[in-house]
Write a protein that binds this ligand. Structure first.
Ligand SMILES: Nc1nc2c(ncn2[C@@H]2O[C@H](COP(=O)(O)OP(=O)(O)OP(=O)(O)O)[C@@H](O)[C@H]2O)c(=O)[nH]1
Length: 394
C-alpha cells in the first residue's frame, strides 16, 4: 500500500496559508496604507530568498523566486506593455501553472551548474507549448463539428482541464513525497489560481511577499532537518541528542539500544539489507516509545531518553520494545543486486528476517552530567551483551 507520508504536513501548510490569506483579506485597510512599503520590500526579500535557497541547494525555490521577480517587474514596469500582458492573461495563467508542474517533476540540483541550461530550455519550451496549446484550441473550434457534447466540453479544454490536472498532480506529489518544496509549489499554485480567477483579489506584490516568506520558512525547516535528522532512519541524530541534553531536568533515564550481531547480518545479507533493517528497527522504536525520545546515536546504536522518568518506570517500556523487535518478522524488500556495493547478496526479495536488540539503562544520579549518564547506559549495554544479548540490563 502506498504510504501518504506528507498528508499531515501538506494539510497543516494549507490550513496555515488559508488562515493567513483570510487574515490579509480581513485586515485590508491596515495593509493597504503600507502597500508602497510592500512593493518596495518584495524585491529584496525575493532576492534574499533565492540566494538562501541556492546556498542550500534548493534550486527549485530559487527558480520560483526568479519567476516572481520577472512577473512583478513585467506587471509593474511602465516600459513593458502591460496591456498585451493582460491580453495574454490566459497564456500567463496556464504558463505559470505549467511551470509549477515542471518544478514539481524535476529534482533539486545545484543552481549554477550544467543543469541550469537544460532547465532554462525546458522553461522556454513550456512557454511555447502553452502558447500553441491555446492557439490550437482556438482553431480546433472551427475544425471540429459542433456537436452538443463538444459544445459542453470544449470551453473547459484550453484552461480548466489542464489546470485541474496540474492541481491534482501537485497535490499528489506533495502528499506522497513529504517534501516542503512540493508543498510550497502546491500552495503557490493555489494562490496563483485563486488570484488569476479573481477569487481572491490581493495585490501581486503582497502575494509574492507572503510566498517569499513561505519559501524562506520551507528552506530553513528543510535545512534544520538536514542538520538534525538522520537520512537513513529519519530519526533525530546525536547532534539533536546533545541539544536535548541542554534542556533536561534533574530526573531522567537514558537507554542505549544496540542491534545484536548486526555485523554478521550485514555480512550475510549485504549492507543494503542491513540499512533496511536499521530502518525497520527505527520504525518499531517509534511505535513502542512509551514517552521516550528516540535518537540514532550512530551505526547500529540508538539512544532513548525518558525525561522525568526513573529506570523502574522506563524498564517495562524498554522490555516491551525489545520483545516487539524480537517477535517482529521483518519483511525485507530489495531488488536483486550483484554489484560491488552489496556484499554477498543473493536473492533477497521479500525475505522475512528476525533481529534482536540489547538494551542498557541508567537513571541519572544526583550531580551527574548527561555524558556520565550516557556512559553508564553504555556500560549497562555492555553487561546486556555479556549476559547473552536480547535483554534489558541496568
Ligand atoms: N548496513 C549498515 N551497517 C552499519 C551502519 N553503521 C554501522 N554498520 C555496521 O554495523 C556493524 C557493527 O558491528 P559490531 O559493532 O561489530 O557489532 P555487532 O555485530 O552488532 O555485534 P554485537 O553488538 O556484539 O552484538 C558493522 O559491521 C558496521 O559496518 C549503517 O548505517 N548501515
Amino acid at each position: 500500500m502506498v504510504k501518504l507520508k506528507g498528508m499531515k504536513s501538506t494539510l497543516l501548510c494549507l490550513i496555515a496559508v488559508t488562515g493567513l490569506f483570510s487574515l490579509l483579506i480581513h485586515f485590508q485597510i491596515q495593509w493597504q496604507s503600507k502597500l508602497t512599503l510592500v512593493n518596495f520590500l518584495v524585491y529584496p526579500l525575493l532576492i534574499v530568498t533565492a540566494i538562501f535557497a541556492t546556498q542550500f541547494n534548493r534550486s527549485r525555490i530559487a527558480i520560483l523566486c526568479g519567476f516572481w521577480l520577472l512577473f512583478l517587474v513585467a506587471t509593474n514596469s511602465p516600459s513593458i506593455n502591460t496591456k498585451s500582458l493582460m491580453l495574454n492573461k490566459q497564456w500567463l495563467f496556464l504558463y505559470g501553472a505549467s511551470l509549477l508542474m515542471l518544478l514539481a517533476l524535476i529534482k533539486d540540483r545545484a543552481l549554477l551548474s550544467v543543469h541550469l541550461v537544460s532547465r532554462l530550455i525546458f522553461i522556454a519550451l513550456f512557454g511555447v507549448l502553452t502558447f500553441f496549446w491555446l492557439q490550437l484550441n482556438q482553431n480546433l473550434n472551427s475544425l471540429v463539428p459542433q456537436t452538443p457534447l463538444w459544445k459542453s466540453v470544449s470551453p473547459y479544454i484550453p484552461i480548466t482541464i489542464p489546470l485541474g490536472l496540474i492541481g491534482i498532480l501537485l497535490m499528489w506529489r506533495s502528499i506522497k513525497n513529504h517534501d516542503l518544496t512540493l508543498t510550497a509549489l502546491l500552495i503557490t499554485f493555489i494562490v496563483w489560481y485563486l488570484n488569476q480567477l479573481s477569487i481572491i483579489t490581493l495585490p501581486w506584490s503582497l502575494i509574492a511577499l507572503v510566498m517569499s516568506a513561505l519559501y524562506l520558512l520551507a528552506v530553513s525547516t528543510d535545512s534544520y532537518y538536514l542538520a538534525y535528522r538522520d537520512d537513513l532512519t529519519g530519526l533525530p541524530t546525536r547532534r539533536a541528542l546533545n541539544q536535548l541534553a541542554l534542556s533536561l531536568g534533574r530526573k531522567y533515564t537514558v537507554a542505549m539500544l544496540d542491534i545484536d550481531h548486526f555485523k554478521k547480518f550485514n555480512d550475510t545479507y549485504g549492507h543494503d539489507i542491513g540499512d533496511e533493517v536499521l530502518k525497520l528497527v527505527a520504525a518499531r522504536m517509534t511505535e513502542v516509545r512509551g514517552g521516550g525520545k528516540i535518537y540514532r546515536y550512530g551505526g547500529e546504536e540508538f539512544t532513548i531518553v525518558f525525561p522525568r522518568k526513573t529506570a523502574e518506570q522506563a524498564i517495562p517500556v524498554l522490555d516491551k520494545l525489545r520483545q516487539s523487535i524480537a517477535n517482529y518478522d521483518m519483511v525485507i524488500r530489495s531488488a536483486q543486486r550483484t554489484g560491488k556495493t552489496s556484499r554477498n547478496v543473493k536473492k533477497n526479495n521479500n525475505k522475512k528476517v528476525n533481529v534482536a536488540v540489547s538494551i542498557g539503562v541508567a537513571q541519572r544520579a544526583p550531580k551527574q552530567s548527561f555524558e556520565q549518564a550516557l556512559k553508564n547506559a553504555d556500560l549497562a549495554l555492555y553487561r546486556a551483551k555479556k549476559k547473552g544479548r536480547n535483554n534489558v540490563s541496568q
